[in-house]
Design a protein around this ligand. Structure first.
Ligand SMILES: NC(=O)c1ccc[n+]([C@@H]2O[C@H](COP(=O)([O-])OP(=O)(O)OC[C@H]3O[C@@H](n4cnc5c(N)ncnc54)[C@H](O)[C@@H]3O)[C@@H](O)[C@H]2O)c1
Length: 416
């Protein structure tokens, strides 16, 4: 087994003042992780449900400024950076407003709710010159970095296929979250939740289980495929697929949701400077009767690697020249070639595992973000990268609902 050494970080002298907009599950997990980075302080929080704001004060002190209206946070000049942890339908608008207000932005995935929103956010990042990073934390993992290095060294030969899946088997995993007992029109700012989504009467299911509704969420592909895309694009240095097709269905969680609980995506990656042509298949299953698990595999002409954020398992096969076999070979040579091809190169399996004490991808993702804010260095997942990861995931919804193949230009970031 090989050990992947964790990064050694230097501590900073200057303090960065942070705010969170959308202080729910992930927003607060982001805050916890961000505050582990030396020199970062939480000074403000915005949320449209009062219970979340009370919790911020309980956890981080009564002097943290809280508001239902995120624009009050953007108007303050004592805030350097904001985390956007709202439902997906608010990501673009809040990020654009924050960049234009001179704030650095860490925006949760998927970067946008619709592909069409991408251009405005890309432009806002460019024009503001401010640091903007999307929160697919696997991007900053030791597992992804090792996989990239191995692929570039030719450890699996020439890439031809990749696959990934996300399987879950419980109600929380299937987004059936708890509705707070005190949730009401008094404690929730319903208009602030809706934003530009269609007007409708207060409905606690829609705010607390927003992922189930297309007006606010992006389905299983926007929630989970997007992680697999960001990791895959990082490892392969790819800008994305050209052809996208998805099928699926609502098979089990018939709780009024508008999106499938099983989704299968197929993607065609054309040849690029950085990689040969290859195919990708992705799957999410919330009806997984076996176990919850996540998986990304890259397959090449000489082997395959299974990649997680903390581990890479590499298996290699002997190469033979495909043009020789079966054309000019005598039968005993052919038998040898078949035998050789079936053999694994020693060692049969190489395992690369993050060392004890590794703080994890999420911490390193925030280190990358705050280094960008402090030093102006490029971040690992900027708006272009974020859109190239989100768009094929969102195109899966278009393919599924409209029963069509979507053609995407990953270079110019346009649906064709
Ligand atoms: N990177 C990851 O691994 C990861 C994991 C989970 C969630 N996420 C992403 O984080 C985001 C939030 O997901 P969650 O599970 O934390 O949801 P959540 O419902 O727990 O939190 C969302 C919060 O946003 C608040 N909110 C809604 N509209 C708002 C507005 N206009 N202004 C201020 N606050 C508003 C809600 O009241 C809620 O507290 C999603 O985009 C999701 O995709 C990322």
């Amino acid at each position: 087994m090989h050990t992947l050494a964790a990064r050694r970080h230097q501590s900073a002298n200057d303090q960065l003042q942070l705010a969170v907009i959308g202080a729910g599950g992930m927003g607060m997990t982001d805050v916890d992780t961000a505050l582990q980075v030396p020199g970062v302080k939480l000074v403000a929080a915005a949320d449209c449900y009062d219970g979340r704001l009370e919790r911020v004060k309980d956890l981080h002190g009564a002097d943290v400024f809280t508001t239902r209206d995120y624009r009050e946070i953007l108007a303050r000049d004592d805030i350097d950076a904001v985390i956007v942890g709202t439902p997906d339908h608010w990501h673009m608008q809040i990020s654009v407003d924050a960049l234009r207000a001179g704030k650095a932005v860490y925006c949760e995935k998927p970067m946008v709710h619709t592909i069409e929103q991408g251009a405005e956010l890309v432009r806002a990042q460019r024009e503001s010159g401010k640091t903007f990073q999307v929160g697919s934390q696997g991007m900053s993992s030791l597992g992804n970095e090792k996989a990239k290095e191995l692929l570039e060294e030719g450890a699996i030969g020439e890439l031809n296929y990749a696959e990934g899946f996300w399987a879950r088997n419980d109600p929380i995993g299937a987004w059936q979250y708890e509705i707070p007992e005190d949730a009401s029109e008094e404690t929730v700012d319903w208009d602030m939740f809706l934003g530009s989504a269609p007007q409708r009467p207060y409905d606690p299911l829609r705010i607390f289980r927003w992922r189930n509704y297309r007006d606010y969420g992006t389905g299983v592909s926007g929630d989970l495929f997007v992680h697999l895309f960001s990791s895959l694009h990082f490892v392969t240095s790819s800008k994305g697929p050209r052809k996208i097709m998805a099928q699926g269905g609502l098979r089990y969680w018939k709780d009024g949701r508008e999106v499938p609980d099983i989704l299968l995506g197929m993607f065609d990656y054309a040849e690029a400077d950085t990689h040969p042509p290859f195919n990708l298949s992705l799957r999410v299953n919330f009806v997984d009767g076996t176990s919850g698990t996540t998986f990304l595999r890259l397959v090449g002409s000489e082997g395959a690697m299974d990649v997680t954020w903390t581990e890479v398992v590499l298996r290699r096969n002997r190469a033979v020249d495909p043009t020789d076999v079966f054309l000019q070979m005598k039968s005993d040579e052919m038998a040898q070639a078949i035998e050789a091809r079936a053999q694994m190169l020693p060692p049969a399996e190489s395992v690369y595992l993050a060392e004890d004490g590794y703080k994890g991808a999420h911490f390193d993702h925030f280190m990358h973000f705050f280094s960008g804010v402090r030093e102006g260095t490029p971040v690992i997942e900027d708006a272009n990268f974020g859109l190239r990861a989100a768009a094929p995931a969102l195109a899966c919804n278009d393919s599924y609902f409209d029963e069509k193949v979507v053609t995407w230009d990953p270079e110019h970031m346009e649906v064709l």
